[in-house]
Design a protein around this ligand. Structure first.
Ligand code: FAD
Length: 467
């Protein structure tokens, strides 16, 4: 075993997990390469506005301003000791190398192949969505997308925004919009009051986070924002733009006038790169998703490949920081370098505790498993390839597709620009519902490069890498 890696360790993602990974490797004397498609470090939760935008951290990150500042400073402090490549998209992993292309708007640039011997994947998560009538109408955004608009550029997605879905982000983003001065038309939670109440003892494991959640809901109510639980969407009204959302609660339909809907049903780990790296996967019932198998230290089934943060399973920003540090220690251990084993054990214990809190959150905001059954046949599921719920159900009913990759081959669902990042989970839910089984039983959508759309300037068309 050598204590010098063949290539500099590569970290994909400069969010909480990636930054703490880099910091730990730098402290051990290594010079990692940190690649992130975003313009500045911080990841999703601590996303920074563009250079030149000045909004106080307290306004941007609320109660988390201190943590955001600490993470931003940590990365700024190690910049001279890392090779940092912002605005760079990792779009493929193949034969021990990453394919990376500049993610620089219209300027573009050619794709480059970067070999690795040690790779830490910390690409975070994305919104989980299910279709409903009208969900592709202009003015319907994901919750995360609506928050990106606010955090990155100080813009609201509408002048009267209705928030729909479930999970802690639902209340947080509604609160952030209201605090920023936007009109919040309401918060419609698909989970019920009984779910929230049942989960209270478990959520008290982390009283600080629980108190913040209670505060957001209380603040919204106190400021006259209607908050309803046990809701299901019926349809978006409006052609060129959202005009209202019709929704149902306890069997009665109601209508809320709005010009934007921000919706999301929790988060889904971004796992395509781990898949392309050849990692073994397992189904995680809490995430309702296939995630890379990993040890408590973040090692995957592939030697030299580690995962950390939400991309390995949703656990939140604090856990992402700890997982990043732990994965870096694992990498150092694997190089035969001395590490502080007491620190490694402490991190693993804290990560286990945070997983227990995560379970309580899942109980408080359960996935609406009945939703898939209520999606009308003519609702588009895959907007890239224009595949409807009815087309998917027919393939399942005809006995032709009992597995998600077969469904893709037959219907083209998930074959478009998003490569299933948006519609893959929804298709699995619809297929499972049509077959009378669970999403774990319909298999895992295999990842294909490019994991995200590429500019023509990447110059890969002649290389037959993109399929
Ligand atoms: C849109 C969104 C908003 C969120 N807002 C909040 C919030 O306000 N509060 C909260 O508590 N939690 C929030 N979360 C959850 C929170 O982001 C995570 O718990 C936390 O940020 C996880 O940290 P991470 O380092 O694992 O991932 P992230 O913070 O997501 O960082 C991952 C980084 O990887 C980069 N990346 C991803 N794929 C590639 C690729 N292929 N090539 C190059 N770079 C790549 C991304 O640009 C990103 O900077 C949000 C999640 C999302 C998806």
């Amino acid at each position: 075993m050598t204590d010098t890696p063949v290539h500099p360790p590569i970290i994909v993602g400069a969010g909480p997990a990636g930054v703490r990974t880099a910091e730990t490797l730098v402290a051990a004397g290594l010079r990692p390469l940190v690649i992130d498609e975003a313009a500045r470090w911080g990841g999703q939760i601590y996303r920074q506005p563009p250079e030149g935008f000045h909004r106080p951290k307290r306004a941007l990150y609320g109660f988390e301003a201190g943590k955001a500042d600490a993470l931003h400073r940590a990365m700024a402090g190690i910049l001279p000791a890392v090779d940092y490549r912002p605005r760079s998209l990792v779009w493929n992993i193949e034969s021990g190398a990453l394919d990376v292309t500049p993610n620089d708007g219209l300027k573009g640039g050619r794709s480059e192949t970067v070999p690795f011997s040690h790779l830490i994947l910390a690409p975070g998560a994305t919104d989980r969505v299910l279709p409903f009538p009208g969900w592709t109408t202009p003015g319907v955004f994901t919750l995360g997308g609506s928050q990106v608009a606010l955090k990155f550029q100080g813009c609201a997605v509408g002048s009267r925004v209705l928030f729909l879905g479930t999970g802690p982000l639902l209340y947080l983003v509604a609160y952030q919009y209201a605090k920023a001065g936007a009109t919040v038309a309401g918060v419609l939670d698909t989970s019920g009051f009984a779910d929230h109440a049942r989960a209270v003892p478990g959520m008290l494991r982390d009283p600080g986070t629980f108190a913040k959640g209670v505060y957001y809901v209380g603040w919204l109510r106190a400021h006259g924002v209607p908050v309803h639980s046990g809701v299901r969407p019926v349809r978006v009204e409006g052609d060129g733009r959202v005009e209202a959302l019709v929704w149902r609660r306890n069997g009665a339909e109601q209508r809320t006038v709005c010009d934007a809907v921000a919706f999301g049903l929790g988060l889904r780990p971004e796992t395509q790169l781990a898949d392309l790296a050849g990692c073994r996967f397992r189904f995680d019932a809490m995430d309702r998703a296939w995630v890379p198998e990993r040890s408590a230290a973040g090692r995957t089934s592939v030697a030299g490949v580690y995962v950390a943060g939400d991309g390995a399973g949703i656990a939140g920003a604090d856990a992402a920081e700890m997982a990043g540090e732990r994965a870096a220690l694992a990498l150092l251990e694997d190089l035969g370098r001395p590490v502080d084993s007491a620190r490694a054990t402490l991190l693993e214990q804290k990560l286990a505790a945070s997983a227990r809190f995560r379970r309580a959150l899942t109980d408080a905001f359960p996935f609406p498993a009945d939703w898939a059954a209520s999606v009308p046949d003519d609702t588009p599921v895959c907007r890239c390839e224009e595949v409807s719920a009815g087309t998917l159900r027919k393939a399942a009913r005809d006995g032709e597709a009992a597995e998600i990759n077969r469904l893709k081959a037959l219907t083209r669902v998930g074959m478009g620009r998003c490569q299933g990042r948006m519609c893959g989970a929804a298709s699995a839910e619809l297929l499972a519902q049509a077959l009378g089984t669970g999403p774990d039983a319909v298999g895992r959508l295999r990842s294909q490069p490019p994991v995200k759309p590429l500019p023509f300037s990447a110059g890969i068309l002649d290389e037959e890498k993109a399929s």
